[in-house]
Design a protein. Structure first.
Length: 456
C-alpha cells in the first residue's frame, strides 16, 4: 500500500467509524458480517442509513452523490416518487396473493412490446431467470451443454459459476479456456457441461460448436460484459454469435439483467440490431424492487405450458413488485428520460477523458448509455484477460479518493461501472467530474511512480 492510498483509506476510516462498528456487530451473526459477498471489502464496507433520489447517507451522516445505485439496479433513482406512489396504492389492496392477478398480464405485455419475445415468465432476481432460461434451453433442444464467456457473470446458480474470475494458473489457453469452478460445492458434471470461450474471439466459440456438434443447448452472454468494467464487442461479434447459434441449432440467450433497462427501450437487441432467442431481465426494471423476467418465442415458452419444463415461485409476481415494474416501464423509463440520460452520459465520459488527458493518467473512460467506467488501462479492454492487468491499489486509490470527496463513483469492485439514473441532474454530473479532477493528479503521480518502480 503506497502513501497516497494509505492516506485515503485513513480518511475513510476517520469519516465512517459507525460503519466499522456496525460490521463488528454483524460479524458474529453472518459470514463476513454481510448478506452478499459483493458487499464485503477492506477495511470495511460503508453502511447506509437512508437514500433518496441521487443521494445516500451513511451511518455517520456523510452524504454522497450515488452512481453505485445498488449495483446498477436503480436507474429509477432511490425511492422514485412514481414507483413509491404505485407501491403505496397497492399496499392498501394486498401485499401477497400467491394467485394470479391482472398486473401479471399487463407487465408481460409491456415487456413483449419492448423486447423481442412473445411470452414471458417472472422471477425475483437475475440469478433465478438466467437459471430458468438455461433449463428451458436445455429442455427445448434436448441438449445439456452451454457456452459462456470467461470472466462473465450470470448469477450464482451452479451452471453460471464457471470461469467467473479464474486465476492465471488455472485459465489455460486463450483460444480454448479451461472450465474453472468459481466456488466449492459445484458438481464436476456441471462444470463439464459449461463450456468457456473468450469474449471478442469468434474462433474460440466456433471451435466449441465444431468439437461438440449437436451437444450445445445455448450460448449465454451479456451483450456488453459488465463484470469486467465496460467491455465493448468488436464489430460483427454479436452477429457472428447469432449466426453460429442458428447454424448449430443452439439458442442465443442475452443476459440483459444489467443492460436490458439501460441501453434504451428495447435493450441490447434494439441497440445492436441483433435478435436473440431468449432475453433475461432484472435489476433496473423493478425500480428498487426484486423483479426479474425471462422471455422467448411462444414456441420455446410453450414447453412450460406443456409441463415439459417446470417453472414456479411463491414470490413470483408479488403485487407490490409488479406495481413497481409497471410504473418503471410506463412512467419512468420514457423516451424523453433515455434521451436526457444519454446526453448526461456523453458529458460524463467526455469530461472524464478530458481530465485523464490533462492529468497525464494512463486510462480511458468508456460508456454505453446509462453505464460507464474509468478504466485504468493503457489500451481498451477486449476480454477478461485484458481486464486482469489492472493495478488494484491504483483502483482503490481512485474509489476511496472519490468517496472521501462525496461521490460514490461505482460499486466497490474494479469490475463494476457507474449508472446514471433518471434522478441525476447536470449538477450531479458536474460534481462527479469536479471530484475526479481533484483525484486524478494524485492518481497519475502514483501510477507513474509505480510504473517506474516496476521498470527498475
Amino acid at each position: 500500500m503506497y502513501p497516497e492510498l494509505k492516506k485515503e483509506i485513513e480518511t475513510y476510516e476517520r469519516r465512517t467509524p459507525k460503519s466499522r462498528t456496525a460490521l463488528e456487530n454483524a460479524q458474529p451473526w453472518m459470514p463476513l458480517g454481510v448478506s452478499s459477498n459483493f458487499r464485503s471489502y477492506e477495511p470495511y464496507p460503508m453502511f447506509i442509513a437512508e437514500a433518496k433520489g441521487t443521494r445516500v447517507r451513511d451511518l455517520d451522516g456523510n452524504e454522497y452523490v450515488d452512481f453505485n445505485l445498488c449495483i446498477g439496479a436503480l436507474m429509477a433513482g432511490h425511492s422514485n416518487p412514481l414507483v413509491v406512489a404505485a407501491v403505496e396504492r397497492q399496499l392498501k389492496k394486498g401485499t401477497m396473493f400467491g394467485m394470479p392477478h391482472e398486473m401479471e398480464r399487463e407487465l408481460a405485455q409491456e415487456i413483449c412490446a419492448r423486447y423481442p419475445v412473445e411470452n414471458v415468465r417472472f422471477g425475483n432476481s437475475g440469478t433465478e431467470v438466467t437459471m430458468h432460461a438455461i433449463r428451458l434451453a436445455r429442455g427445448y433442444t434436448g441438449r445439456e451443454k452451454i457456452i459462456k464467456f470467461e470472466g462473465c457473470y450470470h448469477g450464482v446458480h451452479d451452471a453460471a459459476m464457471v470461469s467467473v474470475k479464474p486465476k492465471e494458473d488455472k485459465w489455460g489457453s486463450i483460444s480454448a479456456p479451461n472450465q474453472v469452478p468459481a466456488s466449492a460445492g459445484i458438481p464436476q458434471a456441471v462444470v463439464e457441461n459449461t463450456l468457456v470461450a473468450t469474449f471478442n474471439d469468434l474462433p474460440s466459440v466456433e471451435s466449441l460448436f465444431e468439437r461438440l456438434r449437436q451437444q450445445v443447448a445455448a450460448l449465454i452472454l451479456e451483450p456488453v460484459p459488465m463484470n469486467i468494467g465496460i467491455c465493448r464487442q468488436r464489430p460483427g461479434f454479436l452477429q457472428g454469435l447469432r449466426d453460429l447459434c442458428t447454424q448449430h441449432g443452439a439458442l442465443l440467450i442475452f443476459d440483459e439483467v444489467k443492460t436490458g433497462a439501460k441501453l434504451g427501450r428495447g435493450g441490447a437487441s434494439e441497440y445492436f440490431k441483433v435478435r436473440p432467442d431468449m432475453v433475461c431481465l432484472a435489476k433496473s426494471i423493478g425500480g428498487g424492487f426484486p423483479l426479474a423476467a425471462f422471455g422467448a418465442s411462444k414456441k420455446v415458452m410453450d414447453l412450460i405450458a406443456e409441463g415439459k419444463v417446470f417453472h414456479a415461485g411463491t414470490y413470483n409476481t408479488n403485487p407490490l413488485v409488479m406495481a413497481a415494474g409497471l410504473a418503471v416501464l410506463r412512467e419512468v423509463l420514457t423516451p424523453q428520460n433515455y434521451e436526457r440520460i444519454n446526453k448526461m452520459s456523453k458529458r460524463l465520459i467526455s469530461g472524464h477523458n478530458e481530465i485523464i488527458k490533462k492529468s497525464g493518467l494512463t486510462a480511458y473512460a468508456i460508456g454505453v448509455c446509462a453505464n460507464g467506467a474509468v478504466m485504468l488501462y493503457p489500451k481498451e479492454v477486449r476480454n477478461y484477460r485484458d481486464w486482469t492487468q489492472i493495478d488494484l491499489d491504483l483502483w482503490r486509490h481512485y474509489w476511496f479518493g472519490m468517496v472521501n470527496r462525496g461521490v460514490l463513483p461505482t460499486p466497490h469492485w474494479w469490475d463494476e461501472q457507474w449508472t446514471i439514473s433518471v434522478a441525476h441532474t447536470d449538477a450531479d454530473i458536474e460534481k462527479h467530474l469536479e471530484v475526479f479532477a481533484q483525484v486524478a493528479p494524485a492518481l497519475a503521480s502514483a501510477q507513474q511512480e509505480r510504473t517506474a518502480a516496476v521498470a527498475r
